[in-house]
Design a protein around this ligand. Sequence first.
Ligand SMILES: Nc1ncnc2c1ncn2[C@@H]1O[C@H](COP(=O)(O)OP(=O)(O)OP(=O)(O)O)[C@@H](O)[C@H]1O
Ligand SMILES: [Mg+2]
Length: 304
Amino acid sequence: MAEEQPGGSARADGEGRGEERMAEEQPGGSARAGGDGRGEEFEFHTGTIRPSKEPDAIEFIEVHKSFGRNHVLRGLNMALPENSISMIIGPSGTGKSVCIKHIVGLLYPDEGDVIVHGKSIPSLSDAELFEARKKFGVLFQDGALFGSLTLWDNIAFPLRQHTEKSEEEIAEIVNRRMREVGLGGEGAKMPNELSGGMRKRAGFARSLVLDPQIVLFDEPDSGLDPVRTALLCELIKEVHSENGGCYVVITHDILSARRVGQHISVLWKGRIVESGPADELFESENPFVRQFLSGASAGPLGME
Ligand SMILES: Nc1ncnc2c1ncn2[C@@H]1O[C@H](COP(=O)(O)OP(=O)(O)OP(=O)(O)O)[C@@H](O)[C@H]1O
Ligand SMILES: [Mg+2]
């Protein structure tokens, strides 16, 4: 960390962002490898943000995040609209999961800001963050169920943690959500008795029990067969059309993106290449966007 901070200032505390960024972008001032936005590295990053019809629910403003020497988010500007299903797509290791963790306040930006419904997440106190988290449902990449709890108790967990609801009310909600994802009657099973697809659906049910305004899905389709992927996509669409709100889906699967994506942000090298309404992105002339959305081997992206 120390060698990355030429000014010797404590960047990790998340304060004094604006001034420090200016300081770091002075020529010769920083040891970051190629992260300053000059040269060919960002030639496809037009950063074009095509307007969407809805206001922004989530905004990343000039976010930088490093882990040691690994500069993952490199001035990320991204907006995710209200009342839409947004897809974040991009190569493995570009920082998609890291983005999700910034939205829910599990990670803090080194510089820049993350705004959710007009509030700066990094500036919230612990108590405010605990409150704010009630508006999120999160489906982590691996389902993240508690191994020692039954499926039923896993799905009831956020309600017991965050609400004063009676066990009767909890049962009503849990049973409804479980039926919705096709797991009715499986509540007594332990997570290790479930298939990967069932764990994903359980994670989905759990992410919905608090009626969240924002639902974040980290690769809900990875490890599923094509039919289950299609069914899960349908389920996401169905639940979204019923509940509304800002749904954010991270995926590698272009078919999934076509099926459910209303808004697409293409992330690469810690910045947005292009973003906007899905139908416009699928028509993009940008060589990287074209390569990625068609899954072609020829194009700017190699096996680096
Ligand atoms: N807590 C952490 N500590 C150190 N490095 C991290 C941490 N979390 C993520 N990284 C690094 O940040 C980079 C981006 O990781 P991230 O998990 O966001 O990638 P991703 O875009 O979600 O990739 P994938 O599509 O494979 O899931 C990787 O190089 C990873 O090693
Ligand atoms: Mg990931």
